[in-house]
Write a new protein. Structure first.
Length: 257
């Protein structure tokens, strides 16, 4: 009987070790989909991946900073830097995973060649994605910025607006829903994909593959050396994930490792 108890105890201890849980906040597309893809691999390595899907860009960072979740996967480094600065948090990037080329969309216009005067343009209202949107508008030749390298540009930094575009700053997640209410909307690819838009065919203009806005895996500074986090990093930067991204998203999402 003692031997049986001892064996059961060892099995329980091994099972507890094998079921080490790692909670990760993510937006649904493509982040949670990529995490779901690596989930079986991590399970084989003794890590149970607990994926929490969010629809906003604030709670995933707050919940990791507060220790309610272990890590998150939804943002790029400029956004993280601005969040840490504004919120006093100490979150760190541990891996580049992919780039989601930012696009200009319209349900009213077929191209950017004949933009009507005083067209309404919706852009994200957070500092980094708003600046990113303005940089893309400038690259498309619709506006001129005082500094076309400033990723934190705001509408006040527009130097020339020949079409008299009316810029509306809205929460990023709402932009697909207002697409038919504006002339142009600049939409993050994860939200575009969720709304059934194909960035490679539906966007009137899109960032190139050289975009500096790689989406990253983020955790707390005191957690970046955790074994489970390291296993997740290795899984996300694997050849299998690269092939998955290229096959599933066909250029709408681009590997960044």
């Amino acid at each position: 009987m003692k031997k049986i108890v001892a064996v059961l105890a060892l099995a329980t201890a091994f099972g507890a070790h094998a079921a080490e849980k790692l909670s990760v906040a993510a937006t649904a597309v493509p982040h949670a989909e990529i995490l779901e893809f690596v989930k079986p691999t991590l399970a084989e390595q003794g890590v149970e991946l607990d994926i929490k899907v969010f629809t906003d860009y604030v709670q995933p960072n707050l919940q990791v900073a507060e220790g309610r979740l272990d890590s998150n996967f939804f943002q790029h480094k400029p956004y993280l830097d601005e969040f840490n600065k504004g919120r006093g948090t100490d979150l760190v990037s541990v891996a580049n995973v992919h780039v989601e080329p930012f696009g200009i969309y319209s349900s009213k216009l077929e191209s950017l060649d004949n933009i009507p005067s005083r067209a309404t343009v919706a852009i994200p209202n957070d500092a980094t994605n708003g600046g990113r949107a303005l940089l893309l508008l400038a690259k498309a030749g619709l506006i001129t910025l005082k500094d076309d390298t400033n990723i934190l540009s705001t509408p006040r930094d527009i130097a020339d607006n020949p079409h008299k575009l009316r810029i509306r700053e809205l929460e990023a997640a709402t932009l697909p829903r207002v697409l038919d209410q504006v002339d142009l909307a600049l939409i993050n690819t994860n939200y575009a994909l969720e709304a059934g838009l194909n960035p490679t065919t539906d966007a009137l203009a899109i960032e190139g593959e050289d975009s500096p806005y790689a989406n990253i895996l983020v955790t707390r500074s005191d957690n970046k050396g955790a074994e489970a986090v390291g296993k997740l990093v290795n899984a996300l930067q694997s050849d299998e994930v690269k092939a998955f991204i290229e096959e599933k998203y066909k250029g709408a999402v681009v590997p960044a490792f």
